[in-house]
Design a protein around this ligand. Structure first.
Ligand SMILES: Cc1cc2nc3c(=O)[nH]c(=O)nc-3n(C[C@H](O)[C@H](O)[C@H](O)COP(=O)(O)O)c2cc1C
Length: 225
């Protein structure tokens, strides 16, 4: 696939075929994606790639703790809640997803079911938990660098026919992830990526999210034309 086609056609995948992903293929995706640039070439990321029983235990723990109301223990700052244009975009994508999934606004049960899917990492066969060394925690550069490699992972995966969703819900209960993925205390958990073969029949997989225009995002200065 051409690079532009990959970037234009990739979308978040939230429904997967019940078909395993070979470890070697995930390894190849990581090897390519790790060509991502990083600050001073520090490559601060580490990956805990989980599948099978290990991932099932994480799903179970995530769901149980969230249903029991255990507070979120994400290992990064969330900042203030989204407002204005950010909030509008957040609502827009939720509306798009709920519309194709047939989830009504006031259907609390269906909405909760959707949230629980997220905690289950959308039942993906693989999850890649992305961490970085605690020794550099506090600098905003390490999470920035992790974002760079995560973007490369989802696009590389797409080029191989794999679908992904970057999934903050999957690491909201970080002690569960840490325990079952055997993540040592010297690592900060940044995010996880649910990965697998896309289920083309799953309605949410057809959703194409909108983007603001280049004119809204970019300010060009000093050009002659
Ligand atoms: C840091 C980050 C965290 C995300 N967490 C979630 C999540 O918890 N649940 C989810 O369904 N999607 C999650 N997403 C996916 C975004 O909703 C998605 O990328 C965005 O709506 C744009 O859609 P697209 O990926 O299909 O282009 C996350 C994406 C990023 C970059």
């Amino acid at each position: 696939m051409e690079y532009e086609q990959v970037v234009r056609e990739r979308r978040s995948i939230r429904g997967f075929q019940k078909k395993p992903v070979p470890k070697e293929l995930v390894r190849e995706v990581l090897e390519i994606a790790m060509r991502a640039p990083t600050s001073l070439n520090t490559q601060p990321w580490n990956f805990y790639v989980v599948a099978g029983d290990v991932l099932n235990k994480i799903r179970k723990g995530n769901v149980e703790r969230n249903v029991a109301g255990v507070p979120d223990s994400r290992e990064f700052r969330m900042g203030p809640g989204y407002e204005g244009a950010h909030r509008e975009r957040q609502i827009e994508i939720a509306k798009q997803l709920f519309a194709v999934m047939g989830i009504e606004r006031h259907d609390k049960e269906a909405r909760m079911d959707w949230v629980l899917r997220g905690f289950r990492q959308f039942d993906a066969p693989v999850s890649i938990v992305v961490t970085y060394d605690k020794s550099i925690q506090g600098s905003d550069i390490a999470p920035f660098d992790c974002g760079g490699v995560v973007n490369c992972i989802v696009n590389t995966a797409w080029s191989k026919g794999l679908g992904c969703v970057i999934n903050s819900q999957g690491i909201m209960q970080s002690p569960v992830v840490r325990e079952h993925a055997k993540i040592p205390d010297d690592q900060v958990i940044q995010t996880c990526i649910a990965m697998g073969w896309p289920d083309d029949e799953f309605p949410a997989n057809s959703v194409v999210s909108n983007r603001k225009s280049v004119d809204e995002a970019a300010t060009f200065l000093g050009f002659e034309d």
